[in-house]
Design a protein around this ligand. Structure first.
Ligand SMILES: [Zn+2]
Length: 403
């Protein structure tokens, strides 16, 4: 299978899960995601890689050459609902192209090179945080088993529908055989474009806390219940969303997002007696993450008290900010310059599997510019020349790390 341009490969891969919005919907543990695995797997085999899907659902293509710990290179193939063709896919397609280019020039790595697509990086379907890379890194993910999607299907059920057993996910642990991890990704933000730089060299990844908040008030008649006697769960939720926005605006680099809200019973003439909502909170430093965590708890408790609501705040995941490996950061910067690219050191405001893997082994991330800073959208775009440059830098970094 001959690989054309990087942009062409991404277009082809984007057919799996292509939706009516013009975007891609390829959520975790769905037939569309496994069809994408099949497409990538075929190309891995064509490069002579040994292809497996591990017990946690991670796609692996192993170039079994050399000795010692492997260089792991890749990203993810799952998307958010109506996402773009690039988020995650670029890192996997880029790894395929990088390996192909190294083979073309007759480079033989001194150590194994493994291409990976981690399962469920986005976490949108079940609300589980990086279950694929966590299992790979040796963390217990069975606690996510009862997490469920919008249709009530649990992660454990979704896995078993594809012939996988969550209880065996620990068998996916392979971090001990890995020496370093490289991930190419779109920036998903405005910085590279604004600064006119071609390659972002990622120095740190922001920490993230996810919450599920349930507010219980009292459903009642919208007309006969006086305003002062209402226990309106939605009003509480709205106040919390505004409070989070105001808090985050006042902190350096902190973001807060309420992305999913369920209002029950959901009648236009009924006071909302119950609300469930999600909170996504991010911070660039360990100290600011801890402070933001306390602020959420204070805010929820305060609003619940004032509105007469019962609040149940559950932290569904927590990841501290991660500083990436300084030696790899410098290496990426150097090889990028060697390829004639302009570079910028920058933190990543989005979470990535590199955050999980980078706690165990040295990790580096390479960013290419996102046109208009748009991501998690059908309009996600990076100029073809920037895609090629990113893969060129990834190949050079891979060559360096695997020598
Ligand atoms: Zn991604």
């Amino acid at each position: 299978l001959i690989l054309g341009s990087v942009a062409d490969s991404l277009l082809e891969l984007g057919e799996f899960g292509a939706d009516r919005s013009g975007g891609v919907t390829r959520e975790a543990w769905t037939p569309d995601l496994f069809a994408a695995y099949e497409w990538v797997g075929e190309r891995m085999r064509a490069l002579g890689l040994e292809v497996t899907v591990d017990p946690a659902g991670n796609l692996l293509g192993r170039w079994n050459v050399g000795n010692g710990g492997a260089v792991l290179v890749g990203s993810h193939l799952d998307t958010v609902p109506s996402g773009g063709r690039l988020d995650g896919a670029l890192g996997v397609v880029g790894a395929l192209h990088a390996v192909a280019r190294l083979q073309e020039v007759g480079f033989t790595p001194a150590r194994p090179v493994w291409i990976v697509a981690f399962m469920d990086e986005e976490g949108t379907r079940f609300g589980a945080s990086y279950p694929g890379s966590r299992a790979f890194a040796g963390e217990d993910i069975t606690r996510y088993g009862e997490f469920h999607d919008a249709d009530g299907v649990t992660l454990a059920e979704a896995m078993s529908a594809h012939g996988y057993d969550l209880a065996r996910a620990a068998e996916a642990t392979r971090i001990g055989d890995v020496r370093a991890f490289l991930e190419l990704h779109i920036e998903q933000g405005p910085v590279l474009e604004a600064e006119g730089k071609q390659i972002g060299v990622v120095t740190a990844i922001v920490g993230q806390r996810d919450y599920r908040l349930q507010l219980r008030g009292q459903a009642n008649h919208a007309g006969t219940t006086p305003m002062r006697l209402r226990y309106d769960a939605f009003v509480g939720a709205a106040r919390i969303a505004l409070g989070l926005r105001d808090y985050a605006r006042a902190q350096a680099g902190v973001t807060a997002n309420v992305g999913r809200v369920t209002v029950l019973p959901g009648g236009s003439n009924v006071i909302p007696g119950f609300v469930e909502l999600t909170i996504d909170l991010r911070a660039p430093k360990v100290a600011s993450a801890a402070a933001a965590e306390q602020a959420v708890e204070r805010l929820v408790a305060g609003v619940a008290r004032e509105e007469g609501l019962e609040a149940d705040l559950e932290q569904t995941s927590a990841a501290d900010p991660l500083e990436l490996d300084p030696d790899l950061v410098e290496m990426v910067e150097q090889v990028a310059s060697g390829e004639g690219a302009s570079t910028l050191r920058m933190p990543s405001g989005a979470g990535h599997d590199a955050m999980v893997i980078g706690r165990r082994v040295p990790a580096a991330m390479i960013f290419v510019p996102s046109v208009g800073a748009i991501s998690h959208s059908p309009d996600e775009h990076t100029h073809p020349a920037d895609l090629e440059r990113g893969v060129q830098v990834l190949a050079a970094a891979l060559r360096q790390t695997a020598s």
